[in-house]
Design a protein. Sequence first.
Lengths: 147, 144
Amino acid sequence: MATVNNLLLHKGKDVWSVQADSTVRETLQLMGEKNIGAVLVMENQKIVGIFSERDYARHASRKGSMLLEEPIHSLMTHSVYYVSPVQTVEEVMALMTSKKIRHLPVMDNERLVGLISIGDVVKQIMSDKETTILGLENYILGRDYSG
Amino acid sequence: MATVKDLLKAKFTQVWYVTPTSTVSDALKLLAEQQIGAVLVVEAGKIVGIFSERDFARKALLPEVNLGTPVGDLMVRGVYYVTPDQSVESCMAMMTAKRFRHLPVLEDGKLVGVISIGDVIRQIMSEKDSTIQSLEDYIWVHMI
């Protein structure tokens, strides 16, 4: 069964982050350039939050303002769930589904080693299922032909 | 193999939309209230665009954009759509290729629902699971 580690091998370990005192403007700029939906927010090399397109839309709506010069720490989501590289993609999927989150940082002994999205996870699970189906079909055909 | 029609049956399909003259603020409020990521933009009964959290985040930096800007200025035009008899796999292919999370469903030019990438994935996963189940059953019954 595939683990988070397998995912990171495929997608690389690039993690985009901003500092907690970065402005919303700087953060949106980075997200646009990298075409990503969320970034991690760091302070003293520790994750202190995550900021997504959804966070921005919700805050702007609630405050009735574009908030472009606000520091990102006032808009980010504080409670960041994370996973470890040895967890299975199924566990990750379950966590993302139950918490309704699209992105999870990957921590290896308190060291940030990646950020995975629901898209990465789904792709992996789909391809695992495909492989299982192919294996079962081959097993059946193989036995039929030899027998 | 499941079609878009099956997906629409399985979920309660309330389609949320705004008009091109609605403000960004109106659209964001609707997204928040309904906990959705995108709304259709409809004018005189026709879909003219779609507006998502991503569109807002990407265009917020343009100097002329604020919460009073009409959605018509920020929406993505030329919306792709699917029809009820299309296979769920074909929707998945379109969503993956174009990186869409939502697709409107049109029947004879009329809007009958919206499907999300979540709906599509759930359906495909459950089909794969039942394929695996029946292959395993076959092996138990016929081969062991």
